[in-house]
Ligand binder design. Structure first.
Ligand code: FAD
Length: 436
């Protein structure tokens, strides 16, 4: 193998191409813009930020801050550009949008080992001596999407995500919530939060009057058949949710042996059992509104949201079924996927998965084994999450402390605990870097 083909010069593809070329490997980088545009991109620049100009929290008290620091230490072009073009944004790292993308476009285009080809690919490109990285993003469609669906099996390719919020187990008040499955079937798999009639009425009133996030024009079509936002369902009548996600049947509260008026269920969301999603709560509510309204659910008053509910256009694959933590496709050592389409969520996460794919594709070209990043690092925890999360309900995920390996020490202070996890991530990354 002496070449890497990258599809898409977005956040993931630009980083993957850069990492591979920095390791001395030739890269053919295919980008369809400006020949063909997506409904969200406005320019022909690489790594265009299609919405916000923020790469979120700058400091190490945020998991995304740790992820960014790891990327810096691994020679990321995305982070080099972000640091060079940052604008004042309090605790966040925000960038001059055009300056950021121009910086990356110039550096990547001028790299002597990267050959940029502006063309829409209609299939996954395979060449005898090349490793392929597909990073065509959350708006992948048309023939390329069809081919990806054929490769994975159509049932493992999705075009929209309808994600319910995810909270950490340790932030759920288990003195109010209890574990049980409906009708006591099987193991007690769900965490249940019950409401009496008065609590339910207050919750329903706030939910139907809550503030919703705006929808992009190209997302306005009706696409969520059978997967309605919880607030939309609530707006059909005060009792509708009681026959839907909040139905109490088969869920007697062990505290008094009675059937509650309404029950919200939370389902385990990661293999380690540290995260739970609120079942049926896919939503368009603005993020602070999710905290406020869903925080009215008894037991979730102080819930820590590691991912808010979203519903948007998003092409992604079922990575727990189809991918390895090296970012390789399960059935082909020479095929990688990277970016939002693998089920990571966000600009930085997309770029970081491109970084892992670029490093590993380059290793294959050099005759080396691809590496799995340690789960103590932010990179490793994301790769681990997307490849081990329960496949049946898989939805994209931001990086967060809840998916990083817990530390052995018992620390009650949340701030200090995060600090320890962050310090350990960076020490582990330094050791890991020596090895690769
Ligand atoms: P992209 O950055 O989209 O890159 C994919 C590239 O592949 C594009 O340049 C595209 O032109 C090219 N391409 C696609 N198909 C082909 C083909 N067939 N042949 C050749 N080239 C092709 N995340 C945030 O953190 N903050 C936000 O504010 C945010 N807002 C978003 C808004 C929208 C509308 C969407 C859809 C997503 C948003 N995201 C946001 C999520 C996500 O982080 C970004 O979409 C991010 O850019 C994903 O990176 P990527 O590399 O996977 O895809």
């Amino acid at each position: 193998m002496d070449k890497i083909i990258v599809v898409g010069a977005g956040m993931a593809g630009s980083e993957a191409a850069w990492q591979a070329a920095s390791r001395g490997i030739k890269v053919d980088l295919y980008e369809m813009r400006p020949v063909k545009n997506t409904p969200a991109h406005k320019t022909d620049l690489f790594a265009e930020l299609v919405c916000s100009n923020s790469l979120r929290g700058a400091g190490l008290e945020n998991a995304v801050g740790v992820l960014k620091e790891e990327m810096r230490r691994l020679g990321s072009i995305i982070m080099e550009a972000a640091d060079a073009t940052k604008v004042p944004a309090g605790g966040a790292l925000a960038v001059d949008r055009l300056g950021f993308s121009r910086y990356i476009t110039e550096k990547v285009t001028n790299h002597p080992l990267i050959n940029v080809i502006h063309r829409e690919l209609e299939e996954i490109p395979y060449e005898d001596n090349a490793v392929t990285i597909v990073a065509s993003g959350p708006l992948t469609e048309g023939k390329l999407a069809e081919k990806i669906g054929e490769l994975m099996g159509q049932e493992y390719l999705y075009f929209y995500d309808a994600a319910a919020p995810i909270v950490t187990l340790e932030s759920i008040d288990m003195t109010k919530a209890w574990k049980a499955s409906r009708y006591g079937k099987g193991e007690a798999a769900y965490i249940n939060c019950s409401m009496n009639k008065e609590e339910y009425h207050k919750f329903w009133t706030e939910l139907v009057n809550s503030e919703k996030a705006p929808t992009h024009n190209f997302e306005k079509e009706k696409f969520f058949e059978g997967c309605m936002p919880v607030e939309e369902m609530a707006s059909r009548g005060e009792d509708t949710l009681l026959f839907g996600p909040l139905k109490p049947v088969g869920l007697e509260n062990p505290a008094d042996g009675k059937l509650p008026y309404a029950v919200v269920q939370l389902r385990q969301d990661n293999a380690d059992g540290t995260l739970y999603n609120i079942v049926g709560f896919q939503t368009h509510l603005k993020w602070p509104e999710q905290r406020r309204v869903f925080g009215m659910i008894p037991g979730l008053e102080n819930a820590e949201f590691v991912r808010y509910g979203v519903m948007h256009r998003n092409t992604f694959i079922n990575s727990p079924e189809t991918m390895r933590p090296t970012m390789q496709f399960k059935d082909n050592d020479h095929l990688f996927f990277a970016g939002q389409m693998t089920g990571v969520e966000g600009y930085v996460e997309s770029a970081s998965s491109g970084l892992v794919a670029g490093i590993n594709a380059a290793r294959i070209c050099k005759g080396l084994e691809p590496v799995v990043f340690p789960q103590e690092t932010a990179h490793g925890s994301l790769c681990h999450y997307i490849t081990t999360a329960p496949a049946k309900h898989f939805q994209p995920m931001n990086v967060n402390f809840g998916i990083m390996s817990p530390i052995k020490e018992k620390i009650r202070d949340k701030k200090l605990k995060k600090q320890r996890i962050a310090e350990r991530a960076l020490t582990t990354l330094e050791e890991f870097k020596q090895g690769i």
